[in-house]
Ligand binder design. Sequence first.
Ligand code: URA
Ligand code: SF4
Length: 199
Amino acid sequence: MPKEEILEAVASEVKVCVKCGLWRTRKNAVPGEGNPNAEIMFVGEAPGYWEDVKGRPFVGAAGKFLDMLSVEAGLSRSEVFIGNVLKCRPPGNREPLPSEIQTCTPYLDRQIKAIAPKLIVTLGNHSTAYIFSRAGLPFNGITQTRGKFYQVNVLGLFVTVFPTFHPAAGLYSAKYKQQLIEDFRLLKTKIHEMGLMVG
Ligand code: URA
Ligand code: SF4
């Protein structure tokens, strides 16, 4: 099946999914979106308030900051695919439960396999923990892990993984904001080194 069709199939299933309890409180599921031919994928945690309202990833304040960070890396939204570990908003933006992650991530796995990105940028603790578990790597928290490139095998694909803080962290902490900016500058260098499709 062409990747566009796989991604559309995943999105249609997600929109009506009732596999975990989060469907009861969501307004809209957020399947994720972007360029099916992207070589770079961003993986966030879960929809927040505005994502739930609009059914689209990273459209709130954290999303505005992510757009700014992407510019720092020389990227625009049309060049990447943006997905989340959970496709529905946890009430009050609480942290995802392990059972919700286990139930929802087959959707993310199918998206990753369809897109087969060369580079995955994991945004925050949960996203990095999930991808590291899939890669069979030990995860010692985002602070220890961030800002470095990891050559891994995820779901049978050879991928470079780049963990950084969740962009929302940069909205409440000047220190995290600065470190996010530095990480996205490093990312820009790496994208050029790897000769990835940009522009
Ligand atoms: N935070 C996330 O992790 N994902 C979104 O889509 C929006 C905010
Ligand atoms: Fe389904 Fe995932 Fe939404 Fe739970 S969070 S209802 S598993 S799409």
